[in-house]
Design a protein around this ligand. Structure first.
Ligand SMILES: [Zn+2]
Length: 311
C-alpha cells in the first residue's frame, strides 16, 4: 500500500542505518594492536544492528602489498570478522579522489604548493623554532597566495581555526588546525593521494556513520572533519579505542617488533583484544559463540560512553 511505503521511506531518511568499517593499511599482517581496532569496529556495528565493511587503505602503494592485504583478510576471517559488502581497495579509487580534489581547487579551498620538505624546515630554523621529534613540521602557508615561481609539487587544503568534535570514549576534543597543523597535503609531491583525502572521500562514498579505530589515529580526526566540511560531506561519529603498548611503553606497531597474530588459536587472540577493550572474559568454545557474547558485553561498555555523547 502506498501509505506504508511512504512511512518506511521517511524512517530510513531520518535515521540512516549504522555503517562502520575497519580500514587497515596493508604494510604487514595484523598484530595484537590492530585486532583491537578491528574487533571494536565490528562489535560496535553489530551492537547497533549495523553493517561492517573492510576497506584496504593501500593509497601509499610503495609501502603496501597485495600479499599483506590477503593475509589481513585471512586473519580477520579466522576471527569471524567478515565484510558485509565487497571489499574496497583505495588503490583503485583515483576516479573518485580526483573530482573531489578538483572541486576544492576550483573553490579556492585547496591550492598547489611548491615547497620541499627542506624548504619548510629552513623556514622554521630561520625563525629559531626547534623541531619536535616524531612530529611533522607545521606548514607555514608559504604558497597560500601563489607559488612564487616554484613548480607545483603537492596540493594542500587551506585550514583556519579550531575544530571541535566529541569522541564517544574520550569526550570533547579540540585541535587548532591553523596553529597546530597548518594547511595539509591532499595530493603528495610524488603524485600519490594523501591518506586524509582518500579516507574522507571513501567514508562518504560508503555511507559510513561511525568511525571506530585506534587512538593513534585520533590526531587525524580534526583534519578529516575540516575536509568533510570543505567538501560539504556529513561527518560520522568517532570512537578511538585504547592502544596496545609495547614493552617500552610506546604504541605496539610493526616498527617496534609487533608479532603477527598467531591464529592457530583465534579465541585466545580475540580474548586478548577484548581485554584491552575492557570486555569480560568469555568461556565460549567457538568463534561465533564468543563473538555473540562479546557483542552483548560491548553493548554494556558503550552504554557507559553514552553519558559523553550519543552514537
Ligand atoms: Zn608551499
Amino acid at each position: 500500500m502506498p501509505a506504508v511505503h511512504t512511512a518506511a521511506t521517511t524512517t530510513i531518511a531520518t535515521a540512516p542505518r549504522y555503517r562502520g568499517r575497519f580500514a587497515p593499511s596493508p604494510t604487514g599482517p595484523l598484530h595484537a594492536g590492530s585486532l583491537v581496532a578491528a574487533l571494536a569496529s565490528w562489535l560496535d556495528a553489530r551492537a547497533h544492528g549495523g553493517v561492517w565493511l573492510l576497506r584496504i587503505e593501500d593509497v601509499d602503494t610503495p609501502r603496501c602489498s597485495p600479499a599483506a592485504a590477503r593475509t589481513i583478510q585471512q586473519q580477520l576471517d579466522a576471527c569471524g570478522l567478515r565484510s558485509d559488502e565487497v571489499v574496497v581497495w583505495q588503490s583503485t579509487r583515483s576516479a573518485a579522489y580526483d573530482p573531489a580534489l578538483q572541486r576544492l581547487l576550483a573553490a579556492g579551498l585547496a591550492y598547489p604548493c611548491g615547497c620541499t620538505r627542506s624548504a619548510i624546515e629552513a623556514h622554521w630554523q630561520a625563525l629559531g623554532v626547534v623541531h619536535q621529534p616524531d612530529s611533522e613540521r607545521i606548514y607555514p602557508g608559504t604558497c597560500r597566495n601563489g607559488l612564487h615561481g616554484q613548480p607545483a609539487r603537492a596540493v594542500r587544503l587551506r585550514v583556519d581555526g579550531p575544530i571541535d568534535w566529541t569522541d564517544r570514549r574520550l569526550g570533547p576534543q579540540r585541535q587548532d588546525l591553523g596553529r597546530e597543523v597548518g594547511d595539509f597535503v591532499l595530493r603528495r609531491a610524488d603524485g600519490l593521494w594523501a591518506y586524509q583525502l582518500a579516507v574522507v572521500v571513501d567514508d562518504a562514498a560508503q555511507g559510513i556513520t561511525q568511525v571506530v579505530r585506534g587512538e593513534d589515529l585520533a590526531d587525524n580526526t580534526a583534519r578529516q572533519i575540516a575536509l568533510q566540511r570543505a567538501l560539504q560531506l556529513p561527518s560520522p561519529g568517532y570512537l578511538h579505542t585504547p592502544l596496545v603498548r609495547a614493552a617500552d611503553g610506546r604504541k605496539l606497531s610493526k616498527q617496534n617488533g609487533a608479532q603477527a597474530l598467531d591464529l592457530r588459536d583465534p579465541l585466545a587472540a580475540l580474548q586478548a583484544a577484548a581485554a584491552v577493550l575492557g570486555l569480560p572474559e568469555l568461556s565460549s568454545r567457538t568463534v561465533p559463540d564468543w563473538l555473540a557474547g562479546a557483542v552483548a558485553g560491548w553493548a554494556g561498555i558503550i552504554a557507559g560512553f553514552a553519558t559523553r555523547s550519543d552514537p
